[in-house]
Write a protein that binds this ligand. Structure first.
Ligand SMILES: [Ca+2]
Ligand SMILES: [Ca+2]
Ligand SMILES: [Ca+2]
Length: 399
């Protein structure tokens, strides 16, 4: 609809004055995050579209199950344009396994997320006094199908939990127990009954189904067959979303294309890429990963460039909120992908809000807030000449 209007306006401009550069420019494909990966079959495109509609157009109301407690009314209300969210729509989770758990207050369903909104007649939750908590700003949801299809083996190969190579970096996978509904990946590399979790800021979701089921339940208050617990009462209720829709959304997330890199021939970008390696950003922000077999042909055996190792790293006291999740320590965070980061401001209201809680307003600030295992890398970055730093930043903006 808006495209048709645009063409019409464009035409009339040309007719009336013969000039081409008036009117808004249509955004270039590489500036946009939505759209499917190439090579989907017709039936796959249909599933993508169904998931797209559920993710972007389904706004929940009291009539179709919203809440009674919730944080947002649709997926897109936080993941706008499939990109990073604005701190306006932050999530708050609380709790700390290092402390005496019995001392942690139980509210609502007993889970660790605050639902700060409620439908009429219900009280929104508030953060209990004195508990450690983290603010989480929504990440972009692009290219996740590629990350989902990385074999465990490859993640394990990047880990160095005891820092045996002595570079100060000791990433580890997050091993945890999967929910009952999980379909375990082929060729998984578990430790006992614990499988590698890879999605979420503390890598607290096994796969995209796990993350999506949790998002419907805890973010919107929408129950499903997989997670029928009402976030207010903690009791089981009827599913408010069909398993088909849930699976369509998972398929949408799997097949949403990865951000397209830009300005790769710019000499500054080329120079910045060298610094990214030499100051060891790449030790955690792994440039290249490869998928294993996937039933979706477009995702099978693909090399791609997300700039993450999907591992947890101790990021030091500055980024330690005192909040743990799963078996993840308070100062540990999963390396976020850097692809598409240069487009963050598009979905964050014209500014950047980086790091887990959006506390960094630029890439420079985000680097300066790195600590812990990233201390050496940060020190090397800080010792670069101003021009070298700006080349490195240009490179990151181009991803
Ligand atoms: Ca509900
Ligand atoms: Ca809650
Ligand atoms: Ca190491």
């Amino acid at each position: 609809m808006s495209k048709i209007t645009f063409v019409f306006v464009g035409l009339s401009v040309i007719l009336f004055c013969g000039c081409e550069n008036l009117g808004p420019e249509e955004p270039m494909e590489f500036d946009l995050l939505d759209g499917p990966i190439d090579g989907l079959s017709i039936s796959e495109q249909k599933r993508f579209l169904a998931g797209d509609i559920a993710f972007n157009d389904d706004v929940f109301t009291v009539e179709n199950g919203l809440g009674p407690l919730f944080v947002g009314t649709s997926c897109v209300s936080c993941h706008s344009g499939d990109g990073k969210g604005h701190p306006f729509n932050q999530l708050i989770r609380f709790g700390n396994n290092d402390l005496d758990l019995s001392a942690m207050p139980t509210i609502g369903d007993g889970r660790n997320q605050i639902q700060n909104k409620a439908i009429p007649g219900f009280e929104p939750e508030t953060l209990p006094y004195g508990v450690p908590f983290s603010i989480l700003v929504a990440p972009a949801v692009t290219g996740l199908g590629l990350l989902d299809a990385v074999p465990d083996e490859e993640i394990v190969a990047l880990a160095d939990p005891m820092d045996e190579d002595g570079d100060g970096i000791s990433g580890r996978p997050h091993y945890n127990l999967t929910p009952e509904f999980t379909k375990i990946r082929e060729n998984s590399v578990p430790q006992g009954d614990n499988y590698i979790f890879r999605f979420g800021k503390k890598a607290n979701s096994y796969d995209l189904l796990h993350q999506t089921v949790g998002a419907y339940n805890q973010d919107i208050g929408i129950t499903s067959l997989f997670d029928p617990i009402d976030p207010f009462s903690g009791l089981e209720v009827d599913p408010e979303i069909s398993t088909k829709t849930l699976n369509d959304v998972v398929f949408y997330l799997k097949t949403l294309k990865a951000p397209i890199s830009r300005n790769q021939m710019d000499p500054d970008v080329i120079a910045g890429k060298e610094f990214f390696q030499s100051v060891q950003c790449a030790a955690c922000h792994t440039p290249t990963l490869t998928t294993g077999y996937s039933p979706t042909k477009s995702l099978s055996f693909k090399e791609f460039h997300p700039y993450t190792d999907l591992l947890l790293h101790d990021m030091g006291p500055g980024l330690d909120d005192g909040f743990t999740e799963g078996n993840v320590e308070t100062s540990e965070w999963r390396t976020p992908p850097l692809w598409g980061i240069g487009l963050s401001a598009n979905s964050q209201g014209g500014q950047m809000f980086l790091l887990h809680d959006g506390r960094a307003s630029s890439i420079e600030e985000a680097i300066e807030m790195h600590g812990g295992e990233a201390n050496n890398s940060k020190a090397r970055y800080l010792s670069l000449a101003p021009e070298e730093k700006s080349q490195l930043i240009k490179f990151i903006n181009s991803l």
